[in-house]
Design a protein around this ligand. Structure first.
Ligand SMILES: NC(=O)c1ccc[n+]([C@@H]2O[C@H](COP(=O)([O-])OP(=O)(O)OC[C@H]3O[C@@H](n4cnc5c(N)ncnc54)[C@H](O)[C@@H]3O)[C@@H](O)[C@H]2O)c1
Ligand SMILES: [Zn+2]
Length: 391
């Protein structure tokens, strides 16, 4: 019986461009991007816009219409841009995803047509998922509107939604056609969303770039004061590191068990879940990386001054690092958050693989953790002296 070993590789490429005033007809970026393969045709497009973005940018739908009129030779909206519910709600209800699928199919988009997703990471995940399954994948142009989506989730290759009570239980690996980051959108973010992406920047700096870590520490007061220039530098550097990781890690579609960019996330995901999602992802990640950095310090991988600088920097940025959920105990008396280790391993499959920082700016993969040490760390986790910043 013959046995044939099939093998091929498919190159992916997509631009990630930083801009301002993306939908001003004077800005040709979107029209140019649509035509980046020089097809010289009128691109058929459908846009889905995050309702939370529209609430703060009420003229956006008119701007989108005006933009298509200006570039009518290169693009058309096959339907007026659609408002979709923003935040995690859109990922929590598969009927909403199916509505996206229905809308895309009803207007007859083909695999050469495009979907433009404008919004936070949740909307990008849900719309991206729908676009990736219709006809096995349409072109997706992402326009991320939060710090986290501009510097982390929106520049990656994944889509997802929540089913069976779990986060991202279904989804696809589907690189976008392009990512256009309009920094002006960040101005209208609530404080919690503004700082959420800052936690991811600290995360990536700790494991990949000690110089960036120093910059973040230095700019913490400016970030807390919502300094746009400081945020722009953060978003660009963090997105660059993220892209570099996906490009060079050798595992863009996460076939292995290691997920370096999930440093601090086993605890973060569990904290979010234990709080019934009262604690935001960014606040949970800040706490998660602080816990894992203390663990790294106790293991001799980081210096105590570095962890102290991290904790101070995070606090200066407005992150509450204490949450009552840290004090919850499971039936066996252990901190309940430790169950996050098992959940994390289940989601990834295979052997437990956690990423820790150490030395600063580098990472190490660990397959076994000293749960007694972790439990001690969490039990001794400092309660706030000042009132907890509401999350
Ligand atoms: N696909 C991936 O690789 C990946 C990676 C990390 C995170 N994620 C996902 O990203 C999601 C979180 O994304 P997020 O942090 O961007 O938050 P989000 O999408 O939940 O948005 C938060 C809130 O901000 C609003 N909003 C968005 N842009 C705004 C703006 N410019 N002004 C005012 N309000 C605005 C939204 O309507 C929403 O209410 C999670 O679902 C997470 O699972 C995905
Ligand atoms: Zn994260």
């Amino acid at each position: 019986v013959p046995s044939i070993h099939q093998q091929f590789s498919v190159p992916y490429d997509f631009p990630v461009v930083f801009t301002r005033d993306l939908f001003n007809p004077a800005n040709p970026l979107l029209a140019d991007t649509l035509d980046r393969r020089h097809e010289r045709r009128r691109h058929r497009l459908l846009a889905f816009v995050d309702g939370g973005v529209l609430d703060h940018h009420p003229r956006l739908l008119d701007d989108l219409a005006a933009y298509a009129r200006r570039y009518a030779d290169r693009m058309e909206w096959v339907l007026p841009p659609r408002r979709v519910i923003g935040g995690e709600s859109i990922k929590n209800d598969y009927r909403l995803t199916m509505e996206l699928v229905d809308t895309i199919l009803e207007c007859g988009l083909c695999r050469h047509s495009g979907v433009v997703a404008i919004g936070g990471g949740a909307v990008l995940d849900a719309v991206g998922f729908a676009a990736s399954i219709v006809h096995r994948g349409l072109r997706l142009v992402r326009v991320p509107t939060t710090v986290l989506s501009q510097n982390d989730s929106g520049v990656g290759v994944k889509t997802g939604m929540n089913l069976h009570g779990g986060k991202n239980t279904i989804g696809t690996f589907a690189p976008p056609f392009a990512v256009l980051n309009d920094l002006d959108f960040l101005r209208t973010l609530p404080d919690r969303e503004w700082r959420a992406g800052v936690a991811e920047a600290f995360k990536v700096a700790m494991i990949k770039d000690a110089g960036f870590f120093e910059t973040l520490i230095g700019s913490a007061p400016a970030l807390a004061a919502r300094d746009e220039a400081a945020m722009e530098r953060l978003v660009v550097r963090c997105a660059t590191l993220h892209l570099e990781h996906i490009r060079t890690s050798g595992d863009p579609f996460e076939q292995g068990t290691a997920r370096p960019l999930d440093f601090g996330h086993w605890a973060a995901h569990k904290l979010e879940a234990l709080s019934g999602y009262r604690i935001g992802h960014g606040d949970a990640v800040a706490t998660g990386i602080a816990i894992d950095s203390r663990y790294a310090c106790r293991s001799g991988w980081l210096r105590a001054e570095e962890v102290d600088a991290l904790v101070r920097g995070l606090q200066q940025c407005g992150f509450p690092l204490w949450h009552p959920e840290l004090a919850r105990r499971a039936a066996d008396g252990q901190p309940e958050i430790l169950n996050g280790l098992r959940d994390f391993q289940e989601h990834l499959g295979g052997e437990l693989t956690l990423t820790f920082p150490g030395p600063l700016g580098c990472r190490r993969e660990v397959h076994e953790v000293d749960t007694t040490l972790l439990a001690d760390l969490i039990a001794a986790w400092p309660r706030p002296i000042a009132p907890v910043v509401p999350s």
